[in-house]
Design a protein around this ligand. Sequence first.
Ligand code: ADP
Length: 638
Amino acid sequence: MGKKQFKAESKRLLDLMINSIYTNKEIFLREIISNASDAIDKLCYLSLTDENVGLSRSDYKIDIAVNKDKRTITVSDNGIGMSMEEAENNLGVIAKSGSYKFKGEMKENETEPEDISIIGQFGVGFYSAFMVADEVTVITRRYGSDEAVKWQSKGADGYTVTPCEKETVGTDVIMHIKPDTEEEIYGSYLETWKLKALVKKYSDYVRWPIKMDIEHQERFETGEKDEEGNPKYEYKMVSENQTVNSMIPIWQRSKNEVTDDDCIQFYKEKNRDRKDPCALVRINAEGAVSYKAMLFVPGEENENAFTGDNKGGITLYSNNVMIMEHCDKLVHEYFEFVKGVVDSPDLSLNISREILQHDRQLQIIGQNIEKRIKNELLKLMKEDRPKYEEFFKNFGLHLKCGVCDEYGRYKDFLKDLLIFYTSEDKMVTLKEYTDNMPESQKVIYYASADSLKHAISLPQCDEVRSRGYEILYLTMPLDEMVLQAIREQDGKLFCNVVTDDLGFDTEEDKKAAEEKNIENRELLDFVKNAVGDELKSVTLSRKLTRMPCCLTTEGGITLEMEKYFRNGPSEEMRKIRANRVLELNPEHKAFAVLKDAAENDKEKAEKLSKVLYALAELMAGIEIEDPAEFTDMVSELF
Ligand code: ADP
């Protein structure tokens, strides 16, 4: 029988498959197994109405056999099979779903789609065998027919179909594996362990058993004894036909069948995590969109976070077949630490990352999942605060980034999950903070520093604390931006104890302070000139009690933000500076000494100005530029 040509589109797809630089070639097995599973589904369905099928549920199976010498992998099923006509129609043209959709993605007159990696995102089906095989033979016999068909192709040059013999109904797909090349060791697909691993990875939950002969070493008694009279042993390789897939996924089972502990065990095995997850969400949703989900919040931050190699931790399944690992579009980045599985029968294999974003069903699933995760975390916060604090230590930064992302679009959804350390030596939510505010307190106070110790010792905190008001201590560079995004809590605005008006002064106090500033204008200008351009202005402070001076800022950029921007990605960002203001405590002895020096010893007054500025910098957690110069200046003052 003469060789037949593939239809034009199929040929193009085939070319792509064969010459594909696409790295994820291993999905071919998933595709062939999925076809086998579908074929069994069809026959099993038929058997409901046709008693001649003669097979019971437990008879159905998919076999994988390897012949290393011949370099073949054979995937056999006892499903519905194909007639001669079907074999030609189904295997000779780009069929329906998967491949067809793929064709749609390829633009006219374009030999390769822009992003070759999209191939793997589609159910490319049968053709994917040509990514690893240089010849594919399909021997198939349709249920109800005595004749079998042999379909054979070496790829792009066409295919042949001939009648042949086959004892049983079903299909064998025989893939002759390509010779190894420098880039690709195709021979590795002939290793049992590799195939087993691929079944586990992609087809573990296919509902029919996938069987393979697996070799292992076994110990036999030789019948002889050693000098001490103990039996002698020898080891032999034994082959055993095993079912390699687990078939029923744990998330498909009901809560009565599977305990939370079972789920946790599953999580730990699958993620090789020794630590228990800190939260578990199990969803069985039915209705407009039906899906099952089993999600975990890990007990520990994984090392890949923030290395730029962030992969979503949710795996998508449809009909028990894995369609996308690390699906990062299902939930927003702020929840990307969540791991687990979402399985929806409504999803097709033909989903790509591009489509995923616009898929209405997936959007609904994503929204529901996010709500459930949030509720679970709120529950944890309420019921086990230490555990929640541990969670927040690990993943709080994700939530904070989420609050700042996209101009605060998600802030309302996320803000109840945030906790901050306070002057009361505990961690509170913003809601808890405002609920605890005394009547007289009008704003939410916060102090920003690079460490807790530092925040506590900020001189500007003294007065707020002495009035019995709680202060949020912000110790992460991002924290101030988080509060800026949130803007208010229960109608209360945020007040930075370092830079903002604390609201304690009466109009008279302010007037008196203003006069005092005017009175000392000359001295303040002198200090500013002595320190130099990096200082925007010098004023007298009303906030200080113990300390001689402090550093504050004017305008939107604070010192903490400046520190954050200094490590920013762009040169422009790194140049951003806060407008620094040196505040002096007029009641402090140091001020009197400075004043005296300014009148009698200008050189000393200049040094004192610089020393005061350096002290203010130190207290604000800023490294002084030249420690040696600073030491010299202080030593000379003795
Ligand atoms: P898809 O599965 O997305 O339709 P494929 O290219 O994988 O596309 O397969 C094309 C068609 O070939 C299938 O729809 C099915 O009708 C037929 N087919 C493939 N493999 C088998 C099999 N093992 N048994 C029976 N029919 C099969």
